[in-house]
Design a protein around this ligand. Structure first.
Ligand code: SAH
Length: 366
């Protein structure tokens, strides 16, 4: 049987260089191929006109440049766009574009479902199916760029955040090359600070990311006390708040001006009281950080409620009085279920989470 073709989108520049060298080709073919794929949005290898005919023939025998099929595009009344991409016969993932006055943020998924089971998140509630490949991750940027008419000279997307479905650091080996392509001049050319990895707190991989990629980091904290955080983010039982914040401190240590974004979803009566705000600020005193408050977005089957506007405002005021930069994330795209925590994608097999959890050795009750 013939092997499945190699998808060129699965490799960052270094990976592509090795691939070309293995094929007896020159290294610089890697950046040329990337220019075609990401710069020119050309997926037809036969149209790579600076490649010789023989090279194109050899390449097309073994390789493809392929992105998932676009199943749907939904546009919210506020301009937010959600795309559903078919990644295989039973799975689809969501990517969301959030246009604002001076920026356009693309929210990218890293897994089909999620293993972490945070109690207030729709993706978690749905279980875990599988990791996305590097190609499936970077293709989300590719498809969004194509749909938006984004180019190097007309940058519709200014920021990429790994805040879609899944826990990016639980899929580290595939996410890292995608982060590299996003920031590569022959890829999408985003500045380091404009690519953000958001994590619920997989500490060993925060440390690894610090070694491997100069990107921005966001932490889904959601509670200043371990007992409460254990309930909201079960991963906290493995890496508690103190351990997590120590890793964050280390992450920004030698980076000028870098700040960690602390994401804090406000849930009515759970974590939105003044005592929580004060405790949060105390925790963040020694950490260059900014707080992003996210009003909880409800979803079917979940009993939590969004904090009252007055509680949100009070929480924000307390944080600001402590001298912390604090913003409230506007709820965007909720009419098309594109808001934070509402991304559920579409997939069939929900049975694999426990096996995957065992692999991660998390003491999480699924
Ligand atoms: N697993 C990563 C990436 C997901 S990012 C992480 O945990 O950071 C999605 C962000 O939205 C996270 O901060 C998450 O905690 C938050 N979120 C999840 N469900 C939500 C909901 N229902 N309402 C508001 N925010 C939510």
């Amino acid at each position: 049987m013939k092997n499945a073709p190699i998808n060129l989108l699965n490799f960052d520049r270094e990976g592509l260089e090795s691939l070309f060298v293995e094929m007896g080709e020159q290294r610089f073919r890697a950046s040329q191929a990337m220019k075609w794929i990401y710069g020119e949005q050309q997926l037809d290898i036969n149209s790579f006109t600076n490649f010789s005919k023989t090279l194109r023939e050899t390449l097309t025998e073994q390789c493809v440049a392929a992105v998932p099929e676009l199943l749907s595009e939904q546009v919210s009344v506020d301009g937010t766009i959600k795309w559903l991409l078919k990644v295989d016969d039973v799975n689809a993932v969501e990517t969301v574009y959030i246009p604002e006055k001076n920026r356009g943020t693309l929210c990218v998924s890293s897994q089909v479902g999620c293993t972490l089971n945070c109690t207030f998140c729709a993706t978690g509630a749905q279980g875990f199916n599988r990791h996305l490949s590097t190609a499936e991750i970077i293709a989300q940027v590719w498809v969004a760029a194509k749909q938006l008419g984004h180019s190097l000279s007309d940058r519709k997307i200014t920021n990429v955040v790994m805040m879609g479905m899944g826990e990016p650091l639980a899929n580290y080996s595939r996410v890292l090359p995608a982060l590299n392509i996003m920031r590569d001049d022959f890829g999408f050319g985003f500045a380091n600070r404009r690519v953000t990895v958001s994590t619920a707190g997989l500490v060993p991989y925060i440390n690894q990311l610090n070694e491997d990629a100069d990107v921005s980091l966001a932490i889904s904290l959601h509670a200043p006390f371990d007992e409460l955080r254990n309930q909201l983010v079960p991963l906290n039982k493995k890496y508690d708040i103190k351990t997590l914040l120590a890793a964050c401190k280390n992450f920004v240590k030698d980076k000028r001006k870098a700040r960690i974004t602390i994401e804090y979803t406000l849930i009515d009566g759970m974590n939105d009281q003044p005592e929580h705000a004060h405790a949060l600020c105390k925790l963040l005193k020694q950490l260059p950080s900014k707080i992003n408050l996210i009003p909880f977005n409800p979803f079917p089957g979940n009993q939590f409620k969004q904090s009252k506007p007055a509680a949100i405002e009070q929480f924000k005021q307390i944080c600001m009085k402590h001298g912390l930069i604090t913003t409230v994330r506007k709820t965007r795209g909720d009419d098309i279920a594109a808001a934070c925590g509402q991304l559920a994608g579409d997939f069939m097999d929900r049975t694999r989470r426990s096996a995957e959890l065992k692999k991660l050795q998390l003491e999480v009750v699924a």
